[in-house]
Design a protein around this ligand. Structure first.
Ligand code: ATP
Length: 148
């Protein structure tokens, strides 16, 4: 069953803002953005990306989420102005159990499964998930889900 991405994504953003006491910007292209995705799946993917954004930014560093209706389908983008990802780690972040040395040597816990799960879910809909990141500048994860 399709769902309204605006409703689902905004709900996750509000939950994270509240739980982590962070200012998370939310932008949406339309009053509603229907997608083929099951709401639970969209909810989970958004939560995985936001969890990472919160984990890898300090309090003053911005996080923003966009849900955009495109001709081809849904675009979900989660951007943070946090620590970023080293170029040598970037190709591996979607691998199961992969965590950068930086992440492993720190106290933040995690199994390195979040992004592998997100990629798996997105694949169920023939969608794509991509990352653009610069060390010290921040990270953008972009998910596209084609319209049927
Ligand atoms: P889990 O999600 O299982 O709790 P995790 O966060 O380590 O653990 P992933 O979500 O798969 O696992 O992320 C893999 C690695 O990618 C992380 O360990 C981290 O090094 C890097 N990473 C992911 N998102 C970001 C981000 N927004 N900024 C910086 N690094 C990131």
């Amino acid at each position: 069953t399709p769902c309204d991405a605006k409703r689902v994504v905004e709900e996750v953003v509000l939950q994270f803002s509240e739980v982590f006491q962070r200012n998370i910007a939310f932008e949406c292209s339309d009053v509603s953005v229907m997608t083929e995705m099951q709401s639970e799946h969209l909810h989970q993917v958004t939560a995985i990306l936001l969890q990472n954004a919160v984990k890898h930014t300090s309090e003053g560093q911005g996080i923003s989420v966009r849900a955009v209706r495109q001709k081809s389908g849904l675009l979900l983008a989660v951007e943070d102005k946090g620590e970023g990802i080293d170029p040598e780690h970037l190709p591996h972040v979607f691998d199961r159990f992969y965590r950068s040395d930086r992440a492993r040597s720190r106290s933040t816990e995690g199994f390195g499964l979040g992004l592998a799960i997100a990629k798996e879910i997105v694949g169920l809909y023939q969608g794509t998930i991509q990352v653009v990141s610069e060390r010290g500048k921040g990270t953008v994860f972009s998910v596209t889900i084609p319209a049927r």
